[in-house]
Design a protein around this ligand. Sequence first.
Ligand code: ATP
Ligand code: MG
Length: 402
Amino acid sequence: MTKTLFEQAKPILKTLQSNHYQAFFVGGSVRDYLMHKTIHDIDITTSATPEEVEAIFEKTIPIGREHGTVNVVYNGEHYEVTTFRAEGDYDDHRRPNEVFFVRELYEDVKRRDFTMNAIAMDADFHIHDYFNGQQDIENHIIRTVGNAHERFNEDALRIIRGLRFQAQLGFALENETFYGMKSHIHDIKYLSIERIVVELKKLTSGKYVAHSFENLQYLNAFNYIPFFKHYKLNDFILDEAIPFTLFVALLKAQQPLVNGTLNDLKISNNEKKDIGKLERLLNQLPNIKSKSDFKILLYDYGEQDILLILNFIDLHIKNHLPSFSPLIINIQSVKEESKKLPIHSRKDIDINGKDILEAVNKQSGPWLKTLLRDIEIAIINRDVQNIKPEIIRWVKSHVEIQ
Ligand code: ATP
Ligand code: MG
């Protein structure tokens, strides 16, 4: 039951109230609760200032005190408690010049992005809905709180957020909201790429991404986003939910002559590595002409990434990526052959560089790397058994070492 998380957090609201402060659940958790969806993290908003919150609760962590957020640890769980906030003017389309703490709930929800995200709920599960968010949820409509032009002019990230909510929920964009997006889309160039990527990741993996991706294209949003602005996104089809990393890899593989650098996306090194690997794999697939090539590919890249690509084969085809042999590479063959592989990584080989040097009595050199690769391939092709003396015998009889 989705109510349980709220029940667990209820004592925090009650404690604040018994200290004569107001406190509510707010934001995504209330929206998801009203939509009968599973809720993940609960946000609490209160009239108490961060100092006042810290004075009331035994265990707190000042995670974002300057923005009014204190982490309250209660029963081993962490809850974000944020003071009612109002925002000053915006000059740079992304951050208010100043934020100030206020004592009215209305002032706090007024600065939130969409009506469905501006609904507050008290400890007794009573809803406080100043902007008809519930009605918009019922009608499946995404609508800004207040004037769309002003709200997008203040913070252009709300445009991308609106589209990501569309991708996740399948809601329609209310007319003024959509026109507001259109008028202010160029302001997304002022945003930090990190904030955009957070939203894009949720967007590409949203169930209803097809429609919102078309909207991104219609708005020419990608022209204003680092990295993506180098690519021709209007030629790209994204009509099913995919991981962001695969989306970027497909785009790079589709347009290999474009030299977009992943550093511009400011993603983690692991994500960069994942994209690079998927891109190399996409480029390798058309070169696989035999079962032996396929086994080596499977060994080099692993089952998981190949299956990921095969699961999205329709996107591969629709985006005109170079085709590959479905007879050799298919979901069944990947699973079967992967189980049959005699080794899955270099660690599984029953010999190491030192053993080889001893066996052939030679100085190390670049030849050793080539030889280890040859041994790997011979084991995968079952030309030699993965047993040390066998490998040594194979090396001595098959390979010439200068
Ligand atoms: P999710 O379920 O994906 O976390 P969410 O609505 O909780 O969705 P968050 O990014 O966690 O989204 O933000 C929490 C709340 O803060 C939002 O529901 C909204 O009320 C407010 N908010 C977040 N970003 C903005 C913004 N750029 N402008 C105005 N309000 C915002
Ligand atoms: Mg949230």
